[in-house]
Design a protein around this ligand. Structure first.
Ligand code: URA
Length: 241
């Protein structure tokens, strides 16, 4: 959901300031109704008319970002924190496909393709997500197996996943663990480690639905290739979404 004036400005009709004037002066309709309230928010499903003319559907855009630490996975933030959109100079209404925590880095897809985004985020889509977690201390074989088989988080067992130990640093009392999970529950990785009494010091998402951020520095993004978009669409088609 986004503010009406922002959507009008993004569509290239006029500046945001001018869009506010148009709204207040009754020149804007949403789904057939005149809207004069500046706080109005709209979604991509809403039909917006400015001076009687329908705002055109945007062409679809697809990006992968290597999310930087301390950025928020949202298109705007009331507290003025940096968002994942800050490095983008894109007029289209793109938004992140799901969320990464404020302090998590790595792959985040952004698009204005609602159908694809919803399909990828649907719980039954089971798309794989690969995380690299740096945890405090070490992890025993029993604990590793527990994570793989499933641990209770928020009163529900996590589904089977793959867990490998990438590196143990005894001197620094840290272990680097790679997890491939097929769900996308809230703070899932941190909670999985919490369930075996381990603390995550750093978390990076290496891959989402087969898309990687290799070659991108933190905060950098690129357009997805035609092949990558095709592979994502195939993933959700297969599931009949
Ligand atoms: N799991 C988490 O705990 N945090 C993230 O940002 C992503 C997955």
């Amino acid at each position: 959901m986004e503010r009406l004036q922002k959507v009008i400005a993004r569509a290239g009709v006029c500046s945001r300031r001018k869009a506010e004037d148009l709204i207040v002066n009754g020149k804007v309709k949403v789904n057939g109704e005149v809207v004069t309230t500046l706080g109005t928010v709209v979604s991509e499903k809403d039909k917006i008319y400015v001076n009687g003319k329908l705002l055109k559907d945007e062409s679809k855009a697809y990006y992968v970002l290597n999310k930087a630490r301390n950025t928020i996975s949202s298109v705007s933030d009331e507290k003025g924190r940096k968002t994942v959109l800050d490095g983008f100079d894109v007029k289209k209404r793109i938004y992140p496909v799901g969320r990464l925590d404020f302090d998590t880095t790595g792959v985040l897809l952004l698009t204005n393709d609602g159908e694809l985004a919803n399909g990828l985020l649907h719980p039954s889509s089971n798309v794989s997500k690969v995380y690299i977690a740096t945890i405090e201390g070490s992890i025993s074989e029993d604990e590793r197996l527990k994570l793989e088989e499933g641990v209770m988080i928020d009163n529900k067992k996590t589904s089977p996943c793959e867990v490998t130990i990438n590196k143990v640093n005894e001197e620094k009392n840290k272990t680097i663990v790679k997890l491939t999970i097929h769900e996308g529950r809230n703070h899932q990785v941190k909670k999985m480690f919490e369930a075996i009494n381990k603390k995550v010091l750093k978390l990076h998402r290496e891959e989402f639905a087969g898309i990687s951020s290799k070659g991108l520095y933190e905060g950098q993004h690129r357009k997805l290739t035609f092949e990558e978009v095709k592979s994502l669409k195939k993933l959700i088609e297969k599931k009949g979404k």
